[in-house]
Design a protein around this ligand. Sequence first.
Ligand code: ZN
Length: 367
Amino acid sequence: MFRAWHNSLALKVRVSPMGALQVADVTAWDAVRVGMGFVRAEGLFGRTVFVPASSVRGVMRSFSERLLLGLGLRACDPLAPNACGMGRDAAPRRIYLESCFVCRTFGSGQLAGRVVVGDFWPWNSEAVEATQRDECATANRTERRGGIAIDRRTRAGALGHESEVEVVTRGAFYGDVILTNYQLWQPALIGLALREIEEGYLTIGGGSGRGFGRVLCRVVGATLRQSLDVRAAAGSLDGASRKIIGAGGFEADELPVPDGVTWEREPLADVARLSGKEWTRLFEALLDGPWREFVTSREKDRSNHRDTENIEIGGEEKGGGKEEGDAGVVAGAEAGVVADAGAVAVAETAAAEPVPAQDAAPVPGDH
Ligand SMILES: [Zn+2]
């Protein structure tokens, strides 16, 4: 749906053990494949434990599925035969509109995701090198934890059934979570997933039944970037809704940034750098406004999505347009403005027209 870049949000996230985090005894590649927690790899300062991106991304994705399903919103099971984009060869716009909200955010076999998560390494790249080395050494002072099976007859430890795992108990791990061309409900969703990890409901790595895997998770900084041709009120954060044909056209996908946050004009974009505290204020505002609006407006057209195999996109848009009257009108008018600005190929009559094949080639995403 997007050939043009519109906006991005980069969250710098710090994850630290609350108790013990199990180190998986597998290679990094295995860990990526099976989505396990801590593994080892060669880092800047030698061999080190780290958290592969896929572990964190997987936890965020599965949380998002459960959250949206709990709200009665569409979220597919990516492993099911009727998952979004499976066995279909539809036009790109159709693929987007038929995709559930999780796939629109994290991607599917036929749709590129909007979220990129980096690996989490045990040093803060903004610190001086000596500090980074110390931080890395701290995290790598791992411990061994024993476990033993209980003999069912004697209720004593069963000799020969002892096990031992390696755990990380110290240090902090830093990684980035980056969202591109997002609508404003999407950073709210990502923030909710990170908050759930922080509160200990989501665990990273193996052994959660033994109390392993709970982490403290903090957004320590955020960088907002948006294209110079945004249509939002001056200084506001601008979501990408108006650039997505038929995406629902939320009436105003924009939000004033918290007091004290300033935009700097750089050659290619307006940029705002937020502290962790400022991000928290922005996140709360996102929940109060765009997220609430997303949940309630989507509730209205839930019935249209009940049978995902038989969606009639044209009908959905016409129906949605009538129901959400103003939103449709605003989105249409804005689409015209955007097209004039030459930013993106958007036609006011797009709803009734087939999408040209070159509008967006399907990009393989992942789950
Ligand atoms: Zn899906």
